[in-house]
Write a protein that binds this ligand. Sequence first.
Ligand SMILES: [Zn+2]
Length: 110
Amino acid sequence: MQDFRTPTTGAPCAHTSTTTELMPQESRHYAKLNCADCGAFLKFLPRPENVERRKLNGFRLAKLQMCPGLNAWEREFIQSVANHGNKLTPKQQAVFDRLCLTHLDGRRAA
Ligand SMILES: [Zn+2]
């Protein structure tokens, strides 16, 4: 039975079907993914709204990077966000939203 375990492929078991278990409200995780067959823990799942926001951020980030109207500081900020895989702190998100508003949504670009 020992050799049934796959070595370090990242998956704790050889099954393919999964179940999602929502975490309690006080948890910092949203949900976890378990194996439906043996119940092995696979990974934590991010909140759907965070996934959506990161997708949207990635899209707007790409547009901002092509935007000619950015000043040096803004360009650096955008670059550093891109380097960190679009993960933003709430403060950075506020700056990012403002840049989007100014350069992408407000159509009075120079
Ligand atoms: Zn399993």
